[in-house]
Design a protein around this ligand. Structure first.
Ligand SMILES: [Zn+2]
Length: 80
């Protein structure tokens, strides 16, 4: 675990599987497990709480859907 210069915690590989309680602006996270997830599309990885991992996954899904959509539109207009 690393404390950033802004006072926020950063999680590293060493922290996977640990449970942390943290107070944030949006609420207190009690015994939040630190997990590692990766995006099956581009392979990027994320280490953090499940809540943040969910945001990572949802964000990648939205991004890659957008990418695919842009490709499809480009194809329908006569190719890239
Ligand atoms: Zn991705």
């Amino acid at each position: 675990m690393v404390d950033g210069s802004d006072g926020k915690r950063r999680y590293t590989e060493d922290d996977i599987g640990i449970f942390v309680t943290m107070v944030r602006d949006d609420g207190t996270y009690v015994e939040a497990e630190i997990v590692r997830v990766f995006c099956p599309v581009c392979g990027e990885e994320f280490i953090g709480t499940k809540r943040d991992a969910g945001g990572f996954i949802a964000g990648h899904r939205a991004y890659h859907e957008h990418e695919n959509m842009s490709d499809l539109i480009a194809e329908s207009m006569g190719g890239v």
